[in-house]
Design a protein around this ligand. Sequence first.
Ligand SMILES: *Cc1c(COP(=O)(O)O)cnc(C)c1O
Length: 216
Amino acid sequence: MITENIKRILEELPEGVQLVAAAKTRTPEEILEAIDAGVKMIGQNYVQEAEVAFEAVGGRARWHFIGHLQKNKAKKAVRLFDMIETLDSQELAREIDRRAAQHGRTLPVLIEINSGREPQKFGVIPEDAEALVKQIASLAHVQVQGVMTMGPYMGDPEDARPYFVETRRVFECLGALGIPGVEMTFLSMGMTNSYRVAVEEGANLVRIGTKIFGPR
Ligand SMILES: *Cc1c(COP(=O)(O)O)cnc(C)c1O
């Protein structure tokens, strides 16, 4: 099933759009099947769960952190992950920078945009993205490489479109600023029910769980 699902998704995604398999609650066996079917990037929401998966899977995939990272987990996250997609504060950036420096590496990050401006959600609101990027651009061991959004949960994927449009606008504005050390390469948007709309609006990273692994 997993293999079939991935084949179909990979065939459907246009060139230049990369798939992150969102693997929360999935077993290492399921993750390995996904990798055998052609998945190159695994998304994890929890550091502890990622540690278990990493033991079994390790360097056979690239690991993207897509959950909310607590500062006290930054040390482990820096060791496990190839990218943090959910950076949303200067404090967290500084902690990642400090831990990455200890580890002798530079960690790619995406800025999480709270495109729905929902008070209970993580991420920075679109208006605050520029200030955050300017604050962290000079950190030597954190490299901003794009933006990510969840958007409000919507039954109808069309309802998510305005949030993707807005996030893309932020992505383009940040890119146009030409801030030294900042790249706007990755635009991570879209999940199982919304990735088609997200791709139409410019996403080049999509994070898909249910459509690969089945319902959680
Ligand atoms: C779980 C999750 C996904 C994937 O959601 P599905 O609806 O299962 O495809 C994508 N992004 C994030 C941040 C997630 O937590």
